[in-house]
Design a protein around this ligand. Structure first.
Ligand SMILES: [Zn+2]
Length: 72
């Protein structure tokens, strides 16, 4: 069984759902901002810095995984 943290589908799903309030500049998963009720906008993945964070997180996980395997 693959670990759920290593499942690339989870990252993709999360990223696709992330929206941003243009008014408060805060990220949200809702269609409307919780703070000011302004409609949030969907972010375009390549410009979204959190993707890089998740990507590096996944790279780190992969590295750890590889390191573990090399030890066996
Ligand atoms: Zn807002």
């Amino acid at each position: 069984m693959p670990g759920s943290l290593n499942d690339p589908d989870i990252t993709t799903l999360m990223v696709e759902r992330i929206r941003k309030c243009p008014n408060c500049n805060i990220y949200s998963l809702e269609n409307a901002c919780k703070k000011c009720t302004q409609s949030t906008v969907q972010l375009k993945p390549p410009k979204f810095s959190l993707i890089d964070k998740y990507a590096s997180l996944r790279r780190n996980l992969k590295k750890k995984d590889l390191r573990k395997r090399e030890l066996y």
